[in-house]
Write a protein that binds this ligand. Structure first.
Ligand SMILES: Cc1cc2nc3c(=O)[nH]c(=O)nc-3n(C[C@H](O)[C@H](O)[C@H](O)COP(=O)(O)O)c2cc1C
Length: 335
């Protein structure tokens, strides 16, 4: 039996549901080509950051044109331009090169939290030929005066501004820390998101005891982290009018299959590419096919959402019931 791995994401026809997630590995054309050869169905390029764009522009125009000293001070916390991986101009060139040399779709990524002078980059990214744009809203609401409603408004205004400035589809990558993830998801779609990418992994700062300072701490994910996006993809499947991408914790064909059964249109991988190498995509595709054959699935579309909250034989497993069952069945004893 041959299985049909095709899927649709953001209106794009993909040959399979495995997408290389935004990270430095998708930056060079050499790696992009290797990912395509390994079987990746699309790539998401690493993000262009709001701060980077503003910083580069301030170097041209003089930082005072942005108005406040606090802006200049804020910028001083970010890396110097030469520490960024690529300049904004080079980023746009890389999109063009990827589009010239690859056959798979190329999704660019913008990372920002405010309505700044950087928004025109969405248009430039579109003009450079990107098939879609992923907007990573990496906002840590550390201001205790800011209400949940204000935080949500910030997201929605940003999505609305970006989505209305381009005609390519815009996917929004969010974190899990909303009091109502489902309601927020719907609002994002109403604001113009054609896809939702669940979830951002927020970096947690660590305190160094020897130097008594804080350091940003990037660790690659583990397979266990799949469970958080898995639950919310399952809950959102069939309830939002948008594509769903699962990111965080996909390290194997089994992880990818679970994502699809929950309801994802695609699954994205970054940590697995670092840990297992770019060629792991090919092996995962073969393992997925095998699993589908053994379990009588003919196509990815047949699998999609069959274990979602809506279709699951036990929907309470995605809710509070799961917690009680887990506690009741826990048999751990202290060492
Ligand atoms: C080294 C590294 C760099 C990353 N850079 C970006 C980025 O530029 N933009 C972005 O949206 N996500 C970025 N991510 C997040 C990944 O795209 C992905 O969402 C996250 O790592 C969870 O997926 P994983 O479990 O497959 O790693 C980065 C991840 C890693 C490990």
């Amino acid at each position: 039996m041959s299985v049909d791995l095709r899927t649709q994401y953001l209106g794009l026809e993909l040959k399979n549901p495995l997408v290389a997630s935004a990270c430095p590995l998708t930056e060079s054309f050499d790696n992009q080509r290797r990912l395509e050869d390994a079987g990746a169905a699309a790539i998401v390029m690493p993000s262009l950051f709001e701060e980077q764009i503003l910083q580069e522009e301030s170097n041209f125009t003089g930082v005072h044109e942005f108005g406040t000293n606090s802006f200049a001070e804020a910028l001083s916390y970010f890396p110097e331009p030469e520490e960024y991986r690529v300049s904004t101009e080079e980023y746009l060139d890389r999109i063009q090169a990827a589009k010239r040399g690859l056959t798979i779709p190329v999704i660019a990524s913008l990372n920002g939290t405010s309505l700044g002078g950087w928004l025109r980059y969405a248009k430039l990214i579109e003009e450079a030929g990107a098939d879609a744009l992923e907007l990573n809203i990496y906002f840590v609401a550390a201001d205790v005066e800011m209400s949940g409603e204000e935080v949500e408004r910030r997201y929605l205004d940003l999505v609305q501004a970006v989505a209305s400035s381009v005609s390519i589809p815009v996917a929004v990558k969010i974190g899990p820390y909303f009091s109502s993830v489902g309601h927020m998801a719907r609002q994002l779609v109403d604001a113009g998101a054609k896809g939702l990418v669940l979830f951002n992994r927020f970096l947690q700062p660590d305190i160094r005891l020897d130097t008594l300072d804080t350091r940003p701490h990037l660790v690659l994910s583990t397979e266990f982290e799949l469970l958080l996006p898995l639950r919310w993809i399952a809950v959102l499947y069939g309830r939002v009018n948008a594509s769903l991408a699962l990111t965080s914790g996909v390290h194997s064909a089994h992880g990818a299959i679970k994502g699809l059964l929950a309801g994802a249109d695609v699954v994205m991988m970054a940590s697995a590419l670092y840990k297992q190498g770019l060629s792991c995509v090919g092996a995962m595709i073969e393992q997925m096919k095998l699993w589908m054959e053994e379990n009588d699935y003919h196509s990815v579309s047949q699998m999609k959402g069959s274990m979602s909250h809506r279709n699951s034989p036990d929907p309470t497993a995605f809710e509070r019931g799961n917690y009680m069952k887990a506690l009741a069945s826990f048999t751990g004893t202290p060492i």
